[in-house]
Design a binder for this molecule. Structure first.
Ligand SMILES: [Zn+2]
Length: 255
């Protein structure tokens, strides 16, 4: 069993062949997929897409890029989606000082609100962090005790202890397969096995053999294989461990 902890299969680039994408994932042993919402429309879409689909679990949240558009009505609707029993996490949320599509104040307020929501609902939070390490840590520390995952971890091994100490899980994407990314590989070697997760973040970040093309859950084996190689582990053993970790963090129901 392999668990893709972060996928955007409701993205329009999957409109033509979504069912095929799910079928290919199943054939490759990707038996669990977390479908991640990034704004109200996509959070509704992932809830709809996951309905009645075995092993597919929705989240609801507001991406830092969309933080400025989240008014009170949007937040209330996101909160309602997050509170649904089938929703496995709040997010993705976080901070992005690299693109900064939303102003800093809006991103900070939105991330704070979603951390508090995760605490209130006792659900994990999915954190996007780009060029915002210090501020992400500060806000996580404000809400110490909220569990979650650093999605598409892009920092090095030296920043890891801060997140591990806060109880966060660390998720690696296809980025770990890119030749120049030795720093990311060092981090993938250093994460304790019981905190390690894998994801595609599809349609983005396809692993090296398909780099630049549309990514999909079926391609997760390549990323998992690379991390197994780095750690001197067997791919199947790592698949089991990361799936058990995902189960512990997200508490997947029968769905
Ligand atoms: Zn994402």
């Amino acid at each position: 069993m392999i668990t893709d902890t972060h996928a955007h299969v409701t993205w329009e680039s999957f409109d033509a062949d979504r069912e095929e994408v799910f079928a290919r994932a199943a054939r490759e042993g990707i038996s669990r997929i977390v479908l991640v919402g990034t704004d109200l429309a996509s959070s509704r879409a992932v809830a709809e897409c996951a309905r009645g689909r075995a092993g597919v679990y929705p989240t609801a949240g507001i991406h830092p890029h969309d933080a400025q558009h989240a008014d009170a009505a949007t937040r209330a609707a996101i909160e309602e989606l997050c509170a649904a029993p089938e929703c496995v996490a709040v997010g993705e949320t976080g901070l992005d000082w690299f693109k900064q599509f939303s102003p800093r104040e809006a991103q900070l307020a939105s991330f704070r609100w979603q951390l508090a929501l995760a605490r209130r609902l006792d659900k994990p939070v999915i954190v996007h962090c780009r060029d915002a390490h210090e501020d992400v840590l500060e806000l996580l520390r404000e809400q110490r005790g909220v569990r979650g995952v650093m999605h598409c971890y892009s920092l090095g091994a030296e920043e890891l202890p801060h997140y591990l100490e806060l109880g966060m899980y660390i998720s690696f994407s296809g980025v770990v397969t890119y030749p120049k990314n030795e720093r990311n590989r060092e981090a993938a070697r250093a994460v304790p096995l019981e905190r390690l997760l894998v994801e595609t973040d599809c349609p983005f970040l396809a692993p090296q053999s398909r780099r630049g093309k549309r990514n999909e859950p079926a391609f997760l084996r390549e990323t998992l294989g690379e991390i197994a190689r780095l750690r001197g582990a067997q791919t199947e053993e790592l698949a089991r461990a990361t799936s058990a970790n995902a189960q512990r963090l997200f508490g997947f129901g029968a769905g």
